[in-house]
Design a protein around this ligand. Structure first.
Ligand SMILES: [Zn+2]
Length: 419
């Protein structure tokens, strides 16, 4: 059965069989890639980036910047680029028509067939995608960090990544994910994008979205699922550690706040661009390819600082809604009302003066102090697990430290290629 992804194109994995792979990489120039590019190679090869089959050429980049589309008209909001320096191009004598063996930590990972070599004005790209050219915008900083020359062309994985513990069960590529959704009998699945350990406000974001997504469907057996899809990419100091994020999200199900009938946790490799509205459209595309039918978007989705208005993403999504095959679910804000004695939404009860909003800072200080918080703020099982993760994976901290960055086990490794 053909699995149709974004843009109406069939999702096909681009992965060579081991016997074929060894022969194909023999003699090719070996080009090391950094983690961002390795993440994107995985996304291309497994279909997260469908309809892309490789890194973008100049016409696609131009169309994405000027029209938020690929050159063929398919909605696409963020350029996917492979960069090299002039020196590297010269050193290997790389020209159009060549194939390159891309390596990650010295192991062959993928073949790039070079169809195009080009340059692009990074400032113009920043303005078009991020709405600013300021270097302090993390997306701009990433763009300015690209080397000077871009290489475009199809990418094929020669070596599957090995997903290291505790992440293995959560790496579920698009084709496998769609199979699991069918097995569960879910007719609608709503995506929850996260880089957080869940407090009850997050839990209710998901429960609210589940109710919104359920709508008029019959209730005899559960037909709607929430897919937590954690973004795993470059870490910054002070972020929650990846292990704590993924395991605590899953714990909400294991501890019964959700169940197998309506909840699943998974990951996507992606380095956040913080492109706000443009990134919201991009997340919708990623999750379409994963087989989701609905996607939660809260206030200032994937935003940073004060670059984007709280509902800019909702407005941009509305302009392309007809071309996306995923329905946005605009999430309400959940908070704790001591008068009601429960979690409620801004649109529900009217004890405005008593509301206690979830503040990231307060939650962080609770976690930092390790003093057990009220169960209406943090589920005890989740809280215990955060502390456990800090010990087991975080060198004593649930937040990213220099030590974590230096010594953590990588989420995936590329094994030696079998000859
Ligand atoms: Zn109330």
């Amino acid at each position: 059965m053909a699995e149709i992804g974004h843009g109406g194109k069939e999702i096909r994995e681009r992965i060579l069989a081991p016997e074929e792979a060894a022969a194909k990489v023999r003699g090719l120039p070996r080009i090391p890639v950094r983690s961002q590019i390795a993440n994107e190679i995985i996304d291309i090869a497994y279909g997260w980036f469908c309809p892309l089959e490789g890194f973008m050429g100049q016409e696609d980049v131009e169309a994405v910047c000027s029209r938020m589309r690929l050159k063929d008209g398919t909605v696409w909001s963020i350029p996917i680029l492979f960069d090299l320096s002039q020196e590297e191009v010269a050193e290997h004598g790389i020209k159009v028509g060549d194939s390159l063996c891309l390596t990650y930590h010295d192991q062959p990972m993928a073949i790039l067939e070079v169809e195009e070599i080009f340059t692009y004005d990074k400032g113009a790209m920043c303005q078009a995608i991020y709405g600013t050219t300021e270097e302090k915008h993390p997306g701009c900083a990433r763009t300015y960090g690209y080397k000077d020359v871009f290489l475009a062309g199809p990418v094929t994985l020669v070596n599957r990544p090995v997903i290291n513990p505790p992440f293995e069960p959560y790496f579920i590529p698009p084709l496998e994910m769609r199979k699991r959704f069918r097995e569960k009998g879910w007719q609608r699945i709503v995506a929850h994008q996260t880089r957080n350990v869940p407090h009850t406000g997050h839990e209710w974001l998901m429960k609210g979205a589940w109710l919104q997504t359920y709508a008029e469907l019959p209730i005899e057996k559960p037909l709607v699922g929430v897919l937590v899809n954690a973004i795993i990419g470059e870490k910054r100091k002070g972020d929650y550690i990846d292990e704590a994020i993924i395991l605590t999200q899953d714990e909400l199900k294991k501890a019964g706040y959700f169940g197998d009938h309506n909840h699943m946790t998974s990951l996507t490799f992606w380095d956040m661009r913080y492109a706000g509205p443009k990134e919201a459209v991009f997340h919708a595309i990623l999750r379409t390819n994963l087989g989701l039918t609905h996607h939660m978007f809260g206030r200032d989705h994937a935003g940073v600082g004060t670059y984007y208005g709280p509902y800019d993403a909702h407005r941009l999504l509305a302009t392309v809604q007809d071309e996306l095959s995923i329905t946005p679910v605009y999430s309400m804000n959940w908070l704790y009302c001591p008068h009601c004695g429960e979690i409620t939404s801004e649109g529900l009860c009217n004890h405005r003066d008593e509301w206690q909003k979830f503040s990231g800072t307060v939650i962080r200080s609770i976690v930092q102090d390790g003093v057990k918080p009220p169960r209406l703020i943090f589920r005890p099982e989740v809280f215990e697990l955060v502390l456990e993760c800090a010990e087991k994976y975080g060198f004593g901290s649930p937040f990213v430290t220099d030590e974590y960055l230096a010594k953590r086990t990588p989420v995936f490794t590329i094994p030696p290629l079998q000859a």
